[in-house]
Design a protein around this ligand. Structure first.
Ligand code: SF4
Length: 70
C-alpha cells in the first residue's frame, strides 16, 4: 500500500545533493534528523517515508536596497 509521505531522495530536502536537481544515480548522505545518526548513504532513486519535499528549487537570496546618497 502506498504511503502518502513516501518519496524519492532526489526530491527530498534531506538529500545532501550538490545541485538543485539531483539525478537518480546521484549518491549522497541523508540529513534527516532521526536518520542522520545511521550515516545513511542513499541514491536519488532511493526513498523512505521520512521524505519531505523540498520547498523550492533554490534558496532565495535577498538583496538589501542600496542606501540612498542624499
Ligand atoms: S532516506 Fe528518506 S529522509 Fe533521507 S533523503 Fe531519502 S527520502 Fe529523504
Amino acid at each position: 500500500m502506498a504511503d502518502a509521505s513516501w518519496g524519492n531522495c532526489k526530491n527530498c530536502r534531506f538529500f545532501a545533493a550538490n545541485g538543485d536537481e539531483p539525478g537518480a544515480e546521484e549518491v549522497q548522505s541523508c540529513n534527516q534528523p532521526e536518520l542522520k545518526q545511521y550515516a545513511l548513504v542513499v541514491s536519488g532513486d532511493s526513498g523512505c517515508n521520512a521524505y519531505e519535499a523540498r520547498t523550492g528549487e533554490t534558496v532565495p537570496t535577498y538583496e538589501e536596497p542600496a542606501p540612498s546618497m542624499n
